[in-house]
Ligand binder design. Structure first.
Ligand code: ZN
Length: 301
């Protein structure tokens, strides 16, 4: 989870003069900082691709200004696209934060922060998202979208994520663990049963999310080694002996329009979505946050 910003991108562009055999190498240096003033046009969501998609529609956003989960991003993108096709949802993927404006966001019902890391949105884009969400929309946060690189955005870190990432084991990094479903009646956990096992990079948080969050699943720390011998500042990554002590999937409903959000710590690896449970939870989360399920909002209580 190292900080990589400011990010310096140096691009060498070869410009060949038609009348000369000389090659003129022109160096362009671009500097992006978290509070960048560089402006980009929003990617086109209209036209022959987006013009055909049904509603609700999902915006899948995976810009990374910090750690990049290349495999996890691709795995989740594919899983969401397959799910969207099966469930009749539209989707659009981008890594351009310029799409976070009132006009473009209005086309979507759910935003998936697919392993987004770092301070990816400008302050104006953050406000645009918060205004959009307050209309009763939805958001799903996957794995790296829950790490410690989001503290510059108070609303996101405090109100949607709700817990502060500490670290994860590194030796080994990926371990099989038992996950206990702590709210079997919740629509996001439909079809999962009481427990399942998964192989992932298991996040530890400073504390579970607060009482305004609905904890859906937790880790059984006795089934893997919650010890970090390589990485970060802390070696003991235990949060507590009960799965309730170590939540890894949770939900929340926000404001008078009951916007729905879900965070799942599953999803570091491409192979995450080869497991039925992770894929089912992702599908359930998309349907629930899009309000295609649970019309009465039982999952908000
Ligand atoms: Zn990871």
């Amino acid at each position: 989870m190292k900080n990589l910003s400011p990010l310096f991108a140096v691009i060498l562009v070869a410009c060949s003069a038609a009348s000369s055999s000389d090659t003129d190498l022109k160096e362009i240096t671009e500097t992006k900082t978290p509070e960048t003033t560089v402006t980009y046009e929003a990617p086109a969501t209209t036209g022959r691709y987006f013009g055909y998609v049904p509603t609700p529609s999902i915006l899948i956003f995976s810009e990374t200004r910090d750690w990049r989960h290349e495999e996890g991003i691709v795995g989740a993108d594919l899983a969401i696209m397959k799910a969207a096709k099966d469930m009749g949802l539209g989707y659009f993927t981008t890594e351009h934060s310029a799409i976070f404006n009132e006009k473009e966001l209005a086309k979507f019902d759910v935003v998936v922060f697919n392993n987004m890391t770092g301070d990816a949105l400008t302050p104006a884009q953050e406000v645009a998202f918060e205004t959009w969400l307050a209309q009763g929309k939805g958001a799903v946060l996957i794995h790296g979208a829950g790490d410690a690189s989001h503290k510059d955005w108070d609303f996101y870190h405090n109100e949607i994520l709700g817990a502060t990432f500490v670290s994860h084991p590194m030796a080994p990094q990926f371990q099989e663990a038992r996950i206990e479903v702590l709210n079997t009646a919740h629509p996001v956990m439909a079809g999962i049963g009481n427990e399942f096992t998964a192989i992932d990079e298991w996040y530890t948080f400073e504390a579970p999310p607060g009482d305004d969050f609905i904890v859906l699943a937790g880790l059984d720390e006795s089934t893997y080694s919650p010890v970090n011998t390589v990485y970060g500042d802390r070696s003991d990554l235990r949060m507590g002996p009960k799965p309730e002590d170590h939540p890894i999937i949770w939900a929340k409903c926000h404001g008078e329009n009951q916007a729905r959000t879900v965070f799942t710590a599953l999803g570091h690896r491409y192979e995450t979505y080869e497991a039925n449970e992770a894929t089912q939870i992702l599908r359930n989360a998309l349907n629930w946050t899009a309000k295609k399920t649970d019309a009465e909002g039982q999952g908000c209580r």
